[in-house]
Structures are given as C-alpha cells and as structure tokens.
Design a protein around this ligand. Structure first.
Ligand code: ADP
Ligand code: MG
Length: 626
C-alpha cells in the first residue's frame, strides 16, 4: 500500500490531479457549513453581476443568484451523481461480467448478447432514450449514465474472469467443495478487483461529464436545482454579454474531469506491476547500457574463444531499488565446445544469457559493466542494427518453454520459414524446403507431414525440437540454450541432449547450456561454470568438478543429485535461501549457508583463484582441489 502511494506521489501529474480533486471534494463536503447565500434565492435587482462584486465573490446569474453558492452546491451534486453512477455501473457491470465469465457456455452467450445489444446503440443516443423513457430528472440521468456504462465493465471483467475461471486455483476451490457463489466471491473477486478499481477510477471523470451533458440539455437536474451541467445550460443565452456565468461552471467541470482522469491514470499505472517496473512505458529494442568502469580489453579473453563474456554486470532498477542480478561474470566458449552454466533458480543465469544479445528488458534492466565479445567484437552498446543482424543468424537461443516461444496461431513450417527469411532473402518454396530439412535434422518423424502442424498438435518434446530447429535455421555459430530440457520428461530429455550433442559435433556449434541439473551437465558439457547470486563461483572441466568440487556450494549442489542404485541415503538439501539480489552481502554471498564460513569470508569481495582450467571463488576451498 505504501509502495502504491509512493509510486502515485512520484507521478507528478497524478499527484497534481489528486491534490486538485482533494481540494474540490473537501470544498464540496464543507459547503453546508460555509456562510453562503441559499443557492436558489433570486435577487432580480442584482442580475448578471460580475465576479468580485460586493457581496458576490463570483458574481450572480440571470436571476441574481449567488454564483459561488450555486457553484459549490452544484459541484457537490455533480460529484455525488458521477461517483454513484460509476459505482453503480462498476458493481452491476462487473457482477454481470463475472457471472458470465464464470458460468461460460450458454449462460455466457445469453448474457453477453444482451450486453452487446446495449452496446449496439450509440452511447449518447442510448442515454437520451433512457431519460426520455424515464422522464427528465437528476436521478433518471444517473440511471441512464450508469446503464450505458454497464457494458464497458461487463465486457472487461468477463474477459478477465474467463481467463481466470479455467485456472488451477479455481479447480482446486471446486475440488475443495466450495459453492459457485463462494468461488466467485473468494477466488475470482480478489483477482479482478484491481481491474475494477482501475476501470472505475478512469471512468468517474467521464461519467461526471456525461451527467453534466444530460443536465446541459435540460434532461438532468431541473431548475432551480443547481448542478454544473444545468448551470452551464442556463448560462448559454448570456454567453456573450455575461461570459462569467458560463465560465464559472465550465472551469469547475474542466478541473474535476482533468484531475480525476490524471489521478485515475496514475492509479492505473501504480497498480499495474508491469507499468510499475516501467516495462511498458519506454520499451527499448536492446538492453540499456550504462557502463561505469573501463571496458575489459579483448586480450583478457581466451584467444580461441568464439564468444566471451567479460566481467559482465547487470542491474535492474525498479522504483528506488537496485537489484544486482549479475555481478562480474566471465564466460568463454570455443567452436564445438559445450559450456554448462549451472546454479539455483534466481542465480542470474537467464539474465546473463539474455544480455549477450541485448535481450534483457529495459527498463528495468541496465548493463552496468563488462563486455560481450563475439569473434572479438564488443556487442555491448553495439548499434541495434548490428545486434539484429547477429540475433538468430550467428547467436541463437533455445528457451525453456517451447509452448510459450512458438506462436500458437501459425503453422510451425511458416514459423521456421519466417526465421530463415528474416536473414536470407530466399523464396517461399526454398524456405519451406529448408524448414522440412531442419525438421528432419532434429529427427522429427515424417517432417513433410509435420511441417504444416500447429504447435498445439505436437508433443512437448517435439515442440522443443522445433525450437531447436528454429535456432539452427540460419546455421548459427553459438547456441544459447536456457534450460531447454527442464520441462521435458527424462526420456525426451535424453533424446534432446543427444541431439544437441550430435549437432555440435557435426556443425562445430558452440553451446552455452544453462541448467540447474548436474546430471544434464555431466551428460553434455565439456566445461561447467557454477553460478551463485550473480557470480561464477567455480569453473573447470566437467569431469574434474564432478570428481573434486572445490567450492562448498558446488559440493553441496552435486550432493543434491539423487543417485540411481546408490543405495538409501539421506538426500542432501542446502539449508537457507540465496541472498536477495537487492541486498547482497559484502563478502562471499554463500557464507550464510556455508558450514565452513569464517569471519574472513564476510569481509571483502573474494576473487577467483585457480590453476590451469580450474578456478574457484573461495578462501577455504575443499581439500581435494588445494
Ligand atoms: P535464473 O538463474 O533462475 O535464470 P534469472 O537470471 O532469471 O535467474 O534472475 C536473476 C535475478 O534477477 C533474480 O533475482 C530475479 O529476481 C532478477 N530479475 C530478473 N528479471 C527481473 C526484472 N525484470 N525485474 C527485476 N528483477 C529481475
Ligand atoms: Mg532462468
């Protein structure tokens, strides 16, 4: 809640709007207590007095009534009517939408077609028709305005409810024996409430305006009752001779609607977690770069490296916080080599991988240091056009969830062809032939038939093969695979691993293979880098690390892998949790969970030390390595 208020406060326009509307609402609330003339008392001797006349701060109208008094009373009425209309439309519309979305099927159809009928009429015409049927009057204007806004809420909320109603937590509630009404109230309502609040806050201003419009036409408030629209309507005839009679209510309507809308937009932005992190406000084509230190020189990278990551630092700037997701990572792969990157969830593996091609979302992501060298060329801060040339063409990605990375509405053949044609101007027929060949390369049976399948027609393992085929489409030099087998069962996982292994041997691919599973690393990778809290803590040839882990974290990570036929033993879990990356400790990030930690471990940054291909970031490495 306090975060919400802080975000709202940081938004200048929203706080301005909030300030103005607060003053107006306070004035409206204290109006009965103020020493004002009665708003309806006429004084024909003092008609059309200008503002600042004696006794009349804002002047008088055509009947000599005090404009200040009428303005405040009118504001009170207009605000109340607008808010009540918004509440009524919000509650009725959301209720209808939730019931339709939850019930689904025929009930949904019947309800939504009724709502569609309301929507089929032009908005203002419908409001006019309702008032005409009910007769003029403020109450009827309120009903009309609320009614024409019901479909807006109903449609919005139904869509969201429909998505939620199929989710597992609703199924779980059903299984636990909850009734429909309780499910709607306790499971669905809390999830759609933020949307309702946002929709209401952005429509209140609009509804005040509509009510004023109806009153202006003489269909809302009836004389002598003062409301803003009515005042404006009655002042129309004297617009030229006594403009202040129109300006006073006009300015008030403007202030109310503007401030409510600014505040409403601010509320929406502050409530939406994506807008909160700034993801939608200024999307960038490549990750923002703000390198503080010097760029590491190319000589420092291994000479034969195809891709080298040097001292890479990436932060997320969210609100006032800084999340140091990656803190000085060095990696390098040679052609034909497979490097495993292993670490617990949240250790910064994916962020490291994505930053190589500038794919970390910015904002909030910022690359604050280091270099990524592809064939010696530094890609950090490279022009976007250069990155685009390399993406998919020289460095390709395979992600964890092929269901999420394949477009659900296009045939896989078309998606493969698209990947090829993004970089090579080949004809459709050629691209298709190449797509079939790619499917054959990743050992999909009957590729000629399968090329026209949609992603949902394939199994998880096949979809992942398509993902690999897509990565191979342009014969890249480097493939970055981010947990490509995590979502698959073990037999399919083994097939995918052996496929990747063959591919790198046949084509000389360099693979960066990200995983949290030492078993997978053992099967595929030549070398392995162990990550913890955004740093590499140990690196070396896979076989050596598996046999003699040097970092206590590596040792315990290996101990967590169950062994088949290894007899019954206590399964080791690592106690505690990794540190939060917005509050990293001074020294070793693993010290809090390490059974060997000494005071020296917590004092200062610990550097990588090692001999030959092995290196470890530990003051007290395991004996076997020393
Ligand atoms: P993993 O090693 O499991 O792939 P990630 O690289 O995805 O971990 O994440 C590393 C850290 O960066 C995590 O602490 C995560 O919370 C943080 N992080 C990732 N994306 C964002 C983001 N968009 N905003 C803020 N923090 C993020
Ligand atoms: Mg990840």
């Amino acid at each position: 809640m306090s975060l919400f208020l802080r975000l709202l406060w940081r938004n200048r326009l929203a706080s301005l709007g909030g300030g103005v509307i607060t003053v107006i609402v306070l004035l409206a609330l204290v109006t009965p207590l103020l020493p004002l003339q009665h708003p309806d008392v006429t004084d024909t001797a003092h008609r059309f007095l200008f503002p600042f006349s004696k006794g009349y701060l804002l002047g008088t109208d055509q009947l000599g009534r005090d404009l200040l008094s009428r303005l405040l009373w009118g504001t009170r009425l207009s605000l109340a009517v607008g808010v009540v209309a918004a509440l009524a439309a919000g509650i009725v519309g959301s209720g209808v939408g939730m019931i339709a979305g939850y019930a689904g099927g025929r009930s949904d159809n019947v309800i939504m077609r009724a709502v569609d009928m309301l929507m089929a009429f032009p908005y203002v015409l419908l409001a006019l028709a309702i008032v005409a049927a009910l007769g003029p009057g403020l109450m009827n204007a309120l009903i009309a305005v609320a009614a024409v806004n019901v479909p807006f809420f109903a449609r919005n909320i139904r869509g969201i409810t429909l998505g939620l109603a199929g989710r597992e937590f609703v199924d779980a509630a059903r299984l636990s024996g909850k009734g429909h009404i309780r499910i709607i109230l306790t499971e669905l309502l809390p999830n759609v409430l933020p949307v309702i609040v946002v929709a209401m806050s952005t429509t209140v201003g609009w509804m005040i305006l509509e009510t004023a419009g109806l009153s202006f036409l003489g269909l809302g408030a009836q004389p002598p009752q003062a409301d803003l629209g009515g005042m404006l309507g009655q002042a129309r005839s004297a617009m030229i001779t006594s403009p202040h009679t129109s300006v006073v209510p006009g300015v008030m309507i403007f202030l109310i609607v503007m401030s409510v809308n600014l505040l409403g937009d601010g509320v929406r932005d502050a409530l939406d977690p994506r807008l909160r992190s700034g993801a939608l406000s200024r999307p960038r084509a490549a990750t923002e770069v703000a390198r503080r230190g010097p760029v590491p020189s190319p000589e420092m990278a291994p000479a034969d490296a195809l891709l080298a990551v040097q001292a890479l630092e990436i932060q997320f700037h969210v609100g006032g916080r800084v999340y140091r997701a990656v803190n000085g990572v060095d990696l390098a792969v040679k052609p034909g080599e497979c490097l495993g990157v292993i670490g617990e969830s949240g250790s910064g593996k994916s962020v490291t991988a994505l930053s190589i091609m500038g794919l970390v979302a910015s904002p909030p992501g910022v690359i604050t240091g280091g270099a990524v060298r592809y064939r010696g060329e530094d890609l950090i801060g490279a022009p976007y056009a250069r990155l685009r040339d390399l993406r998919g063409e020289s460095v390709a990605y395979i992600f964890q969830d092929p269901q999420a990375t394949l477009h659900p509405l296009y045939r896989i053949g078309d998606q493969l062809a698209e990947a090829i044609r993004a970089h090579h101007p080949v004809s459709r027929a050629e691209a298709r032939a190449r797509a079939v060949q790619l499917l054959r390369d990743v050992r999909i049976p009957n590729p000629e038939g399968r090329v026209d399948d949609y992603p949902h027609e394939m199994s998880g393992g096949m979809r992942q093969r398509v993902g690999i085929a897509m990565a191979l489409a342009n014969d890249p030099d480097v493939i970055i695979a981010d947990e490509p087998t995590t979502a698959l069962d073990v037999t399919v996982q083994a097939q995918i691993l052996s496929l990747l292994d063959d591919l790198r041997r046949d084509r000389g691919l360099a693979i960066v293979f990200i995983t949290h599973d030492f078993g997978v690393v053992a099967q595929l990778c030549d070398r392995v880098a162990v990550m913890y809290a955004g740093q590499i803590v140990e690196t070396g040839p896979t076989a050596e690390i598996l046999a003699t882990p040097a970092h206590p974290y590596t040792r315990r990570l290996i101990a967590c892998v169950p062994e088949l036929g290894g007899g019954r033993r206590e399964l080791a879990a690592i106690p505690g949790l990794p540190p939060s990356v917005d509050a990293l400790p001074e020294g070793c990030a693993f010290a809090a969970r390490c059974d060997k930690a000494a005071p020296a471990c917590r004092e200062a940054r610990i550097d990588m030390t090692g001999t030959g291909p092995r290196a470890v970031r530990c003051l007290y490495p395991e004996e076997a390595f020393a």
